[in-house]
Every structure is written in C-alpha cells, then in structure tokens.
Design a protein around this ligand. Structure first.
Ligand code: ADP
Length: 285
C-alpha cells in the first residue's frame, strides 16, 4: 500500500513565520484529487476515474455506489496499493498513525482462494503470512467459519464449494487477523439474495461490535443504505463523487429497517442522484 508522505515544507525551512497549524486529520482514509487513466490498445486513453476527494472517519462505515464501469474498482485497487493513481494522493491511518498493509483486510468481487488448500487452510492464510499464534487463530477461524455458515466444510476444497460459499470463505480470511480497516469491492455481488441478506446482517453486526472502519463498494443501492453511515454517490465514467447521502435510520442492526419510510427516502434520494427514472415515485420529497 502506498502511504503518501507529507510534502509540505516545515516553517523553519522556509524562513516564514509559523502559520496557525491546521487541525490534525483524524480520518482513517483521506483521498485528495485521486484520478486514474488507463492506456488501452483498442480504446486509446480511458479516463476511468475523475479527480475524487473524500474522507472516511475512524470507525465509520462508508459505501460508494455508482453505475457499472464508473471507476469504483479502480478506486479501491488504488487504495489497496494494487494500482498506482495517475494523479492525486491518499492516506490510510488508524488513530493518527499510518497503518501497515497487514492492518487492512481486503475482500474483492471474486474469492481468490488457493485451490490446493482446504477452507480452513485458506482462512488461516493471514496467520501463516503474519506468523500469528496458530492455536488462537485456528479457534478464531473455526468461529468465523461457523458464523458465515461454513461449519462442516472446514476440510473441503474450494472446488467443492458453490461460488457463494467460496466468497464467504474469502470474507473469513479477511477478518481472521481482526484488521481495523476493511476495504471491500462488491463482496456480496455473486451471492444469492438470501445469503446476501445474511452476510449484510453479519457485516453490520461485526461492524457495530468491533468499530472497524469499512469502505465498501457496491452497485446495490439498498445494500448501501442498509450498511453505511454515509453513502458517496458516483457519476458515470469518468467517475466523480456527485453527492453524499446520510441515511436517517431508526435501527441499524436489523433487516427490518428496510421496510421503514426513512429507508425509502434514502434509496429514493440516491436514485435521483444517479439519474434513475423513478416512475412510481414515493411521496417522500
Ligand atoms: P467499476 O468498478 O465501476 O465497474 P472499473 O474501475 O472496473 O469500474 O472500470 C472503469 C473503467 O476503466 C471501465 O471503462 C473499464 O473498462 C476501464 N478499465 C478498467 N481496468 C482497465 C485496464 N486495466 N485497462 C484499460 N481500461 C480499464
């Protein structure tokens, strides 16, 4: 992961009187003017991401919604250190200090499991890579697998699982070492609707209990409204953030909140921002 250094010159070095110090940036994720263009053989230069700027507070759950192809995955890959931006900068911090790569949990659209390792062994990968206490991590892995409904499949290989089960395994792997920051790219996109509801509830529960900072990309408006404290709405490519929506929900923990008028208000607002034609508009304006 690239953590952008502070490029500003200290006052003593410039000979100028010290200006009033700006308020310290306590955000977990700070993004300033991040943009990305690809050089593509067939299409010349593709402007995937217009300059975007935003922050994610410590312990905040922020979702980014936008149409397919607007640059959401590009943004997440930059934050995960997989892609270099064309311009702009970002910082990922925890309580004011830069975080190590191992303190970030990553979940992508496809599960990326190692086919020669069992479900339990795949979940244990961070324990092996970070040389953590194997017994304690094994206990935690078994608990997490139970939580996501994979109890009984610990010794199965990925090829023996459905796509949804593989994705649940990749989520347990991201959570194993209890990272304070999670970056998630459409983690539930391949799941059937029922499993997706269960996983959304579990993620919300984990977040409410642990206070993790989560940045999640989705193109499901209702998923974003259910999960997030704040939703960043992105335009079509090149993606730029057009506005943010803060749902005012009575209860974050239960799927029942999806039937409340406040939930409908937030969904309707996002649809409007995305320019989706809502023929039977609820009377919520
Ligand atoms: P999203 O995640 O919102 O669906 P992406 O970030 O995957 O969007 O892609 C944004 C745009 O960038 C798309 O038009 C896509 O075709 C293009 N793109 C993504 N990756 C590459 C690449 N490696 N080379 C060229 N174009 C790319």
């Amino acid at each position: 992961m690239t953590v952008t250094p502070d490029h500003s010159a200290p006052a003593a070095a410039t000979g100028m009187p010290a200006a009033k110090a700006p308020a310290p940036d306590t955000s977990a994720i700070t993004v300033r003017g991040l943009a990305k263009s690809y050089r593509s053989g067939g299409r010349g230069v593709v402007n995937a991401l217009a300059p975007v700027s935003f922050t994610v507070g410590d312990g905040e759950f922020v979702c980014l919604v936008g149409p397919s192809g607007c640059g959401k995955s590009t943004l997440l890959k930059i934050l995960a250190g997989i892609l270099k931006p064309s311009s702009g900068e970002y910082r990922i911090h925890k309580q004011g200090g830069a975080v190590a790569d191992c303190q970030i949990g990553l979940v992508f659209q496809s599960p990326v499991l190692l086919p020669w390792r069992t479900v339990l062994q795949n979940t244990m990968l961070p324990a092996d890579a970070l040389e953590l206490d194997r017994d304690a991590m094994r206990q935690r892995a078994l608990q997490l697998l139970d939580m996501v409904g994979l109890k009984g499949f610990e010794q199965s290989y990925p090829s023996e699982l459905s796509g949804g089960m593989q994705q649940r395994c990749s989520i347990t792997r991201a959570l194993l070492h209890d990272p304070p920051i999670l970056l998630m790219d459409e983690p539930f996109g391949a799941l059937d609707a029922m499993t997706r509801d269960i996983m959304n509830s579990e993620l919300q529960r984990i977040r409410l209990e642990s206070g993790k900072t989560i940045f999640l990309i989705t193109h499901s408006i209702s998923e974003a409204v259910f999960l997030a404290d704040r939703i960043l709405v992105m335009s079509a490519r090149p993606g730029r953030i057009v506005d943010e929506v803060i749902p005012d929900l009575p209860d974050r923990g239960s799927l029942d909140v999806m039937t409340t008028p406040q939930f409908g208000v937030a969904v309707h607002r996002i649809r409007k921002l995305l320019g989706i034609d809502v023929r039977n508009r609820p009377n919520v304006d």
